[in-house]
Design a protein around this ligand. Structure first.
Ligand code: ADP
Length: 491
């Protein structure tokens, strides 16, 4: 019989309540999978202004109307309400503290385009409020499963500030790293404000690197176990300073506690047979209907439709990590392959401007939507023929796996989770489910694009690869079992 545990799962984003990227999808679908495996799992996240209380039916929790949280000398009062992840029995507590989380944006102020200046205060308060909440609930998890820098201070708090509190004795911590580049790095002058300056200097040292406070470092040093979101990325961050983003030596020192577990896909949300965002449903055995989605997508993006012209989709945060310098440098050569391209994304100004210009320059071939639009993301997955992810690095990547299920063959660079999920059709025709290039250059990417476009013209072969891709199974079950094993080991 498998062991079942009490798990508190904490994250700054959870789909569908608040999302900026893959973190949110994982922090919704993994708890659901762990629940399915019988664990007593509860989720906590901030109650941002953008989370609709009516839509998600947030309920008062009597005990949690006033949660005292100390930050240094200041006492704050948070509160919490609860709901369920839609279509599931996983309970989510939304921690509310309006001065910090009442705004709509998660991390970046839309008005300035810059990080909120009080992000350290916000997520330190969130972390402390989580610990105070479970105490008020009298619910003692065996493991607190933290995600990224926003909750990485929890293991540190437990090890130090809360070490003498019997309620927290024996609680283990696991920190999942979704992306090493986001570390929660702040000027040292925040230490007093976030209430850790009164600690022993040696303890404070655990939070400092390169003369700045670094939440991720504190978590890496003090969590009982660490995971990252794919086996290849787990290796890369320990072997290469760039991937390790300045924390490689710390990761190496934790090698025996660091596991690479591939993210899974929530096929109840990403399934072309039932996806409510699609005008036409289809499956591996009935791919012909897919083209209706292509027509719809092109009409929506105001591009002309031609069955023979491959549509290349991109859905991504517009940041350097995702390989947009390659796409922008090579846009002319990409479009000379007689394809069309549809981009959905928000992010760096330089890329937004570039894509706006490109849409004007190539009105029949290129279209962009600079929004965050969940429904359009699904339509692009279904309506494109090819999905492009030329990432410089990619901890796991979800879109390539979504693309497989939608029969939209991915072109990826061989890095991180992309290397763990996509097999190059040209190199391995028997198993290939996409197109892979290795060198981070425009030429290498173009070669893969050429291979894809050429293969697309051979409809029989294309269908064969599509079927193979659509039948691949990246559901959570296997990975959730692996998390169960790590919990067991810690406990
Ligand atoms: P990352 O977490 O680095 O952003 P992933 O591939 O792991 O990359 O996950 C990205 C997730 O965010 C996917 O679910 C993708 O569809 C979604 N996404 C990214 N940008 C947008 C956008 N502009 N509109 C809708 N969904 C988006």
């Amino acid at each position: 019989m498998k062991n079942k545990y009490r798990i508190l799962f904490v994250s700054s984003e959870v789909t569908p309540f608040a999302k900026t990227g893959g973190l949110a999808d994982v922090c919704s679908s993994l708890p659901k999978a762990l629940f399915e495996q019988g664990h007593d799992i509860r989720v906590m996240m901030p109650k941002y202004g953008l989370i609709s209380e009516r839509k998600y039916v947030l309920r008062e929790v009597i005990r949690l109307k006033k949660i005292p949280v100390w930050m240094g000398k200041d006492e704050h009062h948070a509160s919490a309400r609860s709901a369920f992840i839609p279509e599931s029995k996983v309970q989510v507590y939304f921690l509310e503290y309006k001065p910090y989380f009442g705004r709509n944006d998660l991390y970046v102020d839309a008005a300035t385009g810059k990080d909120f200046p009080d992000n350290a205060d916000r997520f330190m308060l969130f972390s402390r409020a989580i610990l105070e909440t479970i105490k008020l609930l009298h619910w003692q998890p065996q493991v607190i499963h933290c995600n990224d820098w926003q909750t990485a201070m929890i293991p540190w708090l437990l090890k130090h500030e809360y070490a003498d509190d019997p309620f927290f004795k024996g609680i283990k911590t696991l920190l999942s790293i979704h992306n090493m580049t986001y570390q929660g790095s702040f000027d040292k002058n925040i230490l007093t404000r976030i209430g850790i300056a009164a600690q022993e200097p040696s303890l404070i040292d655990e939070t400092i690197i390169y003369d700045r406070v670094n939440f991720l470092k504190a978590g890496l040093m003090t969590a009982d176990a660490l995971t990252t979101v794919s086996p290849t990325y787990a290796q890369e961050i320990q072997q290469d300073q760039t991937f390790g983003a300045g924390l490689m030596d710390i990761l190496r020192s934790r090698a025996k506690d660091l596991y690479g577990i591939l993210n899974g896909v929530d096929y109840s949300v990403w399934n072309p047979e039932s996806d409510p965002s699609l005008p036409a449903h289809y499956s591996a055995n009935d791919i012909e209907q897919k083209i209706e989605n292509k027509k719809h997508l092109l009409a929506r993006m105001k591009l002309p439709f031609a069955e023979q012209t491959p549509v290349i989709g991109v859905v991504s945060r517009l940041v350097d990590q995702k390989g947009f310098d390659l796409i922008t440098e090579e846009i002319e050569k990409i479009l000379s392959l007689k394809c069309q391209m549809v981009v959905l994304g928000m992010g760096e100004e330089k890329y937004q401007r570039f894509f706006e210009q490109a849409a004007k320059k190539y009105p029949d071939q290129f279209a962009v939507s600079l929004t965050f639009d969940e429904e359009l993301a699904h339509l692009i997955e279904a309506g494109s023929d090819i999905f492009l992810m030329p990432s410089r690095f990619e901890p796991c990547g979800l879109n390539q796996m979504y693309s497989l299920r939608y029969g939209t063959l991915p072109i990826v660079r061989k890095t991180g989770g992309l290397a763990d999920t996509i097999i190059d059709f040209v190199g391995d025709p028997e198993r290939g489910n996409g197109f892979v290039f290795e060198e981070y250059t425009g030429n290498a990417m173009l070669q893969a694009l050429q291979n894809a476009v050429k293969t697309f013209q051979d409809i029989k072969t294309w269908r064969k690869i599509q079927k193979r891709a659509m039948k691949a199974d990246f559901s959570w079950q296997f990975s959730a079992e692996n998390f169960g094993k790590i919990y067991q080991k810690m406990i």
